[in-house]
Design a protein around this ligand. Structure first.
Ligand code: NAP
Ligand code: ZN
Ligand code: ZN
Length: 353
């Protein structure tokens, strides 16, 4: 027996997402079955659907910013009950016993975590070998990978917290961003707008570093104290050696030199967007000011819950445009053009219509 699920999938790198029916496993004792209400559209969904990172298995159902209500729980589930508002992020499984898993850093599982979509399904229970994501009406997930959504948050606007929120929260916390620091967030998209809100809530002086002059006003509304146009060479030069931390969300390979030059001595730039080669990584900006460049991948399950609770306390959600699932292909094209304020979220009720 399996659970029949309706969703959307793409069949090749160049085809559009279209209705698709597939199966989820029946709940094991430790599993939670969730009726999905909303799912955010992350730029990673687009990279994967279009096979821009290689290795995508088709049919492919994206979606790892999932919010829904618990429909049923297995007999050993103690944390959740039917009706609870819950979320699922980028991971649905990991080995549980490596050093990273034991530290609650499942995203760095030394045996490889299972992605919510496109991951090798090691649990099984269906004919499918890979996992299918949240552009669908139901999901079965081990309770360890289920998050609680604070009741005061709007469920649709909370959905992108499950990826955009944690991906920005985790490095801000790891590099101890806080009051008295000047923090730059590079790229005002889904991740960047959350980076601005979270760094502001953590008490930092936030500078939005953008290629788009038109986004300046919005950046200030989101919590930026200043806006720096990265295409303005004179402004970039004047801002050199002034930043305590940079969070770089640019989704493609780029020249890092102009950004590294913005850092103070001992400061770090953390790259979360580009997986392609980064160019102009020269020794001088690193050596002469003991600067560093690092990367960061989403966040572990305990820290994701911590981030959701932080957002609950500070009343932080994402700025979203809610769409019907039939409009998902247009939303992809608009996201790539940067034409979204600042995250599309699919209302899964539209699957039925
Ligand atoms: P997004 O909404 O498309 O935003 C990216 C922003 O970057 C754009 O709005 C634009 O902002 C800026 N930008 C785009 N192209 C640029 C270029 N060529 N040069 C300089 N700036 C550019 O994307 P997102 O959903 O925030 O995701 C950002 C990246 O993070 C994606 O590659 C995604 O796959 C990745 N990601 C990583 C993790 C992780 O765990 N590390 C998790 C989730 C997503 P401006 O107009 O303000 O310049
Ligand atoms: Zn994502
Ligand atoms: Zn592990």
């Amino acid at each position: 027996m399996t659970i029949a699920v309706h969703g959307y999938a793409t069949q090749s790198p160049t085809s559009e997402l279209a209705p698709f029916t597939f199966e989820r496993r029946e709940p094991r004792p430790q599993d939670v079955v969730i009726d999905i209400l909303f799912c955010g559209i992350c730029h990673s969904d687009i990279h994967s659907a279009r096979n821009e990172w290689g290795g995508t298995q088709y049919p492919f159902t994206p979606g790892h910013e999932i919010v829904g209500r618990v429909a049923a729980v297995g007999k050993d589930v103690s944390t959740y009950k039917a009706g609870d508002l819950v979320g699922v992020g980028c991971m649905v499984d990991s080995c549980r016993h490596c050093a990273s898993c034991e530290d609650g850093l499942e995203q760095y599982c030394e045996n490889g975590f299972t992605g919510t979509y496109g991951g090798e399904d090691k649990i099984g229970g269906t004919p499918h070998k890979t996992t299918f994501g949240g552009y669908s009406d139901k999901i079965t997930v081990d309770e360890r990978f289920v998050l609680r959504i604070p009741d005061n948050l709007d469920p649709a606007a909370a959905a992108p917290l499950l990826c955009a929120g944690i991906t920005t929260y985790s490095p801000l916390r790891h590099w101890k961003v806080g009051p008295g620091q000047k923090v730059g967030v590079i790229g005002l998209g889904g991740l960047g707008h959350m980076g601005v809100k979270l760094a502001h809530a953590m008490g930092a002086h936030v500078v939005m570093i953008t290629t788009s002059p038109s986004k300046g006003e919005d950046a200030r509304k989101l919590g930026a104290d200043e806006v720096l146009l990265s295409t303005d060479a004179a402004a970039m030069k004047a801002a050199q050696n002034s930043f305590d931390f940079l969070l770089n969300t640019i989704p493609v390979g780029h020249d890092v030199d102009p950004y590294m030059a913005l850092l103070k001595r001992d400061a770090a730039m953390v790259v979360v967007g580009a997986v392609e080669p980064l160019t102009n990584v020269n020794g001088i900006p690193f050596i002469f000011r003991r600067r560093s460049m690092a990367g960061s991948l989403i966040g572990g399950v305990p820290e994701t819950q911590e981030m959701l609770d932080f957002c609950g306390e500070h009343n932080i959600t994402c700025d979203i445009e809610t769409i019907a699932i039939k409009d998902v292909n247009e939303a992809y094209d608009r996201t790539v053009k940067g034409d979204v304020k600042y995250r599309f979220v699919i209302d899964m009720a539209s699957l039925e219509s």
